[in-house]
Design a protein around this ligand. Structure first.
Ligand SMILES: Nc1ncnc2c1ncn2[C@@H]1O[C@H](COP(=O)(O)OP(=O)(O)OP(=O)(O)O)[C@@H](O)[C@H]1O
Length: 691
C-alpha cells in the first residue's frame, strides 16, 4: 500500500513524503508537485499506522483546503473526514471554540466582525479618542473620502501589529514610539476594548487570541500540542509572525512540522508574510519559540512538472534579478514554443488581439476552460472582458471581492446570524428588505427601536408592529412572514440543526436565491457564492462551525468551471492552465506604481518594513514568476502603449520584466502594423527604444 502511493513520485518527492518526524523543510519551486507531496504524505502517514485525527494540514485558502481533501479522498477513501485539513485562521478558530471557556469567551461561539462592522467600531473609537467624528451627509465628498482613507490607514497599521503578534498593550508600553505611532497605538487600545465590549473579534484577533491562550494556559497548550502529532503546512512562504508562533506552539510537544513553500512565490508581504521565511526558517523559529539550535531536514524539489523549459527560462530569469539566498533554477526537460510577446497601440487593441488569439486556440480544439487571461490588477481585465463578450467567447471573471465581502454572502450570513441571535440589529437592518417586504427605512428603524426598548428579539418586535394596525395589508403580510421565518431559523439553530438545512431554508424557503437572481443588477458571483456555501456546509455540518468557517473564507471558487478564466495573478496562485495570457505587462501595472516609487526611494529590499506596505520590486518579480509558471503549454505576454479612460489616457511602457525575462518586445513598427480597432485614432510612430 505504502509503495503504491510512492510509486508515481520522483526521488526528491519520495524523500519529502517518507521523511521521519522533526522539522522538515521542503523547498518546492513552482509546479514541482508540492500539493502532490502533501497529499501523498498524509496518505503515507495513515498507511504507516498514524491516527488520521492527529494529522493537521493547513493551506492558504479554503479552496486549496477543499482541493486537498478531494485529493486525499482519492488516495485513501474513507478517512478524509478524520484528517484535519483547513486554513491557519480556521485552525486558530477551532482551538478557540474547543477551549472557549479558557479563552474567556462567554459561550462556544465566535462573533467574527464583518469588515464593515470592524470599520464602524473603529470610526466610533476615532470619535471617542481623537474627537474626530465621521463627517455627516452634508459634508463634502472630499471630507468623507479623507475620513474613510484615514480609517483605512489606521486599520492597516493595527492589522500590521496583529500580524506580528503585537498586542495593543505591548505597543502602548513601548516608550520609544514616535508621536504619530503613539496616536495610532491609543486608538488600537481603545478599538480592542470596544470590540471586547461588543463581544466581537476581527480577523487578526483570531490568531492572536489562540496564541495568547496557548502561551498562557499550559494545560491547553499541552492538550492541543498532544493532539497535533503531525503538522503539515502548505504555502509556508506566506506565513506571518503570529501564525508562525501558532505553529510553533501547536507543535511544541511532538515537534513534527513539515513545511512546504517557495520564497520565489511569496506574494503577501502586504499582509505581513515574513521575508525569505523558507531560507531564514531557523532564526525565525528560534525567535518565536525562544529555543535555539533547531535542526532541519531539507528537501528541494526543482523538477517542474507543469511548464515547458521556455516558460521556465523566462520565469527563472525574472526572479534571478532578485536578491535570493539560495537561487534555484527550475527545469522540466520539456520543450515547447517560446514565450510570445504582443505589443498593441491601446488597451482596446490589446484586448481584441488577445481575444482573437483565444478564438484561434478554441477553433483549434482547445477547451476554453484550459485558457486563462491574467493581470496584476482587476481593472486591467476590463477591456479584455468586453472584447471576449463582443467575440462571444465563453468566460468567467473571477470575483475581485473576497467571499466574505460579497453582498449575497453578507445577506445570507445576516439571516443565519439572526438564527443565532434574534436581537442582532446589524443583521436585521441588512435583511429586513432583502427580499423586499413592503418595509421602508422608517418602518425598519421603528422595529429596531421597538426591539431594543422592549428588550425582545425581532420575531416579537415584528409581530408587535403588525398588531398596531399602522401597516398596509401588504407590509403586514411581509412583516408577519419575516417574523415566522426568523422564528423558524431561531428554533432550528437552537436545536443545532444541520447547517445544510439552515442554509437551504434561507435560500429556498425564505426565497433569497430567487430574489437575488431575479434582480436587475444581480451580482455576477451569485452562483459561485451559493455553490461555495454548499461546499462549506457539506464540509462543516455543525452549524456553529459552519458559521465560523463561512466568516473566515476569503478566496473560494478560484478556477472557473465555465469558459476562459479571467482573473488576477494573486487569485491564480496554485492553479494551472494549458494556455496563459498575461495582459497589461506594463510599467506602473506590473511592476506596480507603488513598487516603482519604493524602488526610487531606495528602500532596503530585504526589509519589508522599509516599504510602505508592499514588497517592492522584488515582490512584483515574484508575481511575474508565479503568473508565467501557471502555463502548461504556452505563455503569452502582452502590453499596450497607451491606456486609460477618456481624457485621462496616458502612455504606457512595456514592463521591464519582459527584458529581464530575456524576451524581445515587438518594435514600434510591429506594434503599429497590427489592426487598429474601428474608430481608434492612429497612434504616432515612436522610437523603437521602449525602455
Ligand atoms: N511525480 C509526478 N509525476 C507526474 N506529474 C506530476 C508529478 N508531481 C506533480 N505532477 C503534476 O505537476 C503539476 C504541478 O503539481 P502541483 O500542482 O502539485 O505543483 P505545485 O508545486 O503545488 O505548484 P505551484 O506551487 O506552482 O502551484 C500537476 O499537474 C501535477 O499533477
Amino acid at each position: 500500500m505504502i509503495f503504491q502511493h510512492l510509486e508515481p513520485l520522483d526521488t526528491a518527492q519520495r524523500r519529502a513524503v517518507g521523511s521521519a518526524g522533526g522539522l522538515v523543510r521542503v523547498r518546492a519551486g513552482a509546479g514541482t508537485g508540492k500539493t502532490r507531496v502533501l497529499t501523498t504524505r498524509i496518505a503515507y502517514l495513515i498507511d504507516s499506522g498514524v491516527d488520521p485525527s492527529t494529522i493537521f494540514a493547513t493551506t492558504f485558502t479554503k479552496d486549496a483546503a477543499l482541493e486537498m481533501k478531494g485529493r486525499v479522498k482519492d488516495l485513501i477513501p474513507g478517512v478524509v473526514g478524520k484528517v484535519n485539513i483547513c486554513t491557519l485562521h480556521s485552525m486558530a478558530a477551532r482551538i478557540l471554540l474547543e477551549f472557549w471557556e479558557q479563552a474567556g469567551l462567554p459561550e462556544r461561539r465566535l462573533n467574527i466582525a464583518e469588515d464593515s462592522e470592524a470599520r464602524e467600531v473603529l470610526s466610533h473609537v476615532v470619535g471617542e479618542v481623537r474627537g474626530r467624528v465621521k463627517p455627516g451627509a452634508e459634508a463634502s465628498e472630499e471630507a468623507n473620502e479623507q475620513f474613510q482613507n484615514d480609517l483605512s490607514d489606521i486599520m492597516k497599521k493595527i492589522s500590521r501589529w496583529k500580524e506580528n503578534g503585537i498586542t495593543a498593550w505591548e505597543v502602548n508600553s513601548n516608550p520609544d514610539l514616535s508621536a504619530e505611532k503613539k496616536a495610532v497605538a491609543e486608538i488600537y487600545q481603545a478599538y480592542q476594548t470596544e470590540m471586547l465590549k461588543r463581544s466581537l473579534m476581527d480577523f487578526g484577533d483570531l490568531t492572536m487570541r489562540a496564541v495568547g491562550l496557548l502561551e498562557t494556559n499550559h494545560e491547553v497548550r499541552w492538550l492541543v500540542s498532544n493532539q497535533v502529532q503531525w503538522m503539515l503546512v502548505d504555502e509556508f512562504q506566506d506565513t506571518n509572525r503570529v501564525q508562525l508562533k501558532l505553529l510553533s506552539l501547536v507543535t511544541s510537544t511532538h515537534q513534527n512540522l513539515l513545511v512546504v513553500g517557495d520564497d520565489d512565490q511569496s506574494l503577501y508581504s502586504f499582509r505581513g508574510a515574513l521575508p525569505f521565511l523558507m531560507d531564514n526558517l531557523n532564526s525565525y523559529l528560534e525567535e518565536v519559540s525562544g529555543t535555539g539550535d533547531i535542526s532541519i531536514y531539507d528537501v528541494s524539489l526543482v523538477t517542474n512538472r507543469r511548464c515547458t523549459d521556455q516558460v521556465l527560462d523566462a520565469a527563472n530569469k525574472i526572479v534571478g534579478y532578485n536578491q535570493r539566498k539560495i537561487p534555484k533554477e527550475l527545469r522540466s526537460g520539456r520543450s515547447g514554443a517560446p514565450v510570445a510577446v504582443l505589443g498593441s497601440a491601446s488597451e482596446t487593441h490589446e484586448a481584441e488581439t488577445v481575444a482573437a488569439r483565444v478564438s484561434e486556440l478554441i477553433a483549434s480544439g482547445v477547451k476554453p476552460e484550459e485558457i486563462a487571461i491574467l493581470a496584476r490588477t482587476g481593472y486591467a481585465l476590463e477591456p479584455v472582458n468586453r472584447a471576449l463578450l463582443r467575440a462571444k467567447i465563453p468566460h468567467t471573471r473571477q470575483s475581485m471581492l473576497p467571499f466574505r465581502e460579497r453582498e449575497e454572502v453578507l445577506d445570507v450570513m445576516a439571516y443565519l446570524k439572526l438564527a443565532l441571535n434574534h436581537s442582532d440589529a446589524h443583521a436585521f437592518q441588512r435583511i429586513a428588505s432583502r427580499p423586499a417586504r413592503g418595509l421602508g427605512a422608517v418602518a425598519i428603524e421603528t422595529i429596531i427601536k421597538m426591539a431594543a426598548a422592549n428588550n425582545v428579539g425581532f420575531p416579537h418586535a415584528l409581530e408587535a408592529l403588525a398588531a398596531t394596525g399602522v401597516l398596509t395589508a401588504n407590509a403586514k403580510k411581509g412583516v408577519l412572514s419575516l417574523a415566522r421565518h426568523l422564528q423558524v431559523l431561531s428554533d432550528a439553530a437552537s436545536n443545532l440543526e444541520d447547517s445544510k438545512e439552515l442554509l437551504a431554508y434561507v435560500l429556498d424557503e425564505i426565497g433569497y436565491r430567487k430574489w437575488a437572481t431575479g434582480r436587475k443588477n444581480a451580482a455576477p458571483t451569485l452562483q459561485l457564492s451559493f455553490q461555495a456555501f454548499r461546499e462549506i456546509a457539506e464540509d462543516t455540518p455543525a452549524f456553529i462551525d459552519f458559521m465560523t468557517e463561512s466568516a473566515l473564507v476569503g478566496d473560494i471558487g478560484g478556477k472557473s468551471e465555465i469558459g476562459v478564466h479571467l482573473g488576477t495573478i494573486h487569485g491564480a496562485k496554485g492553479l494551472e492552465w494549458d494556455h496563459v495570457f498575461l495582459v497589461a505587462f506594463e510599467e506602473g501595472i506590473l511592476p506596480s506604481k507603488r513598487a516603482l516609487k519604493e524602488a526610487a526611494l531606495g528602500g532596503d529590499p530585504s526589509n519589508p518594513l522599509a516599504y510602505h506596505g508592499g514588497g517592492g520590486l522584488q515582490e512584483e518579480r515574484r508575481l511575474a514568476h508565479v503568473a508565467l509558471t501557471r502555463a502548461r503549454h504556452t505563455a503569452t505576454i502582452s502590453f499596450a502603449m497607451a491606456r486609460g479612460k477618456g481624457k485621462t489616457r496616458s502612455e504606457s511602457k512595456p514592463s521591464r520584466f519582459i527584458r529581464e525575462a530575456g524576451l524581445i518586445a515587438p518594435t514600434t513598427h510591429q506594434t503599429l502594423v497590427m489592426k487598429q480597432p474601428a474608430g481608434a485614432k492612429k497612434a504616432k510612430a515612436r522610437k523603437p527604444a521602449l525602455w
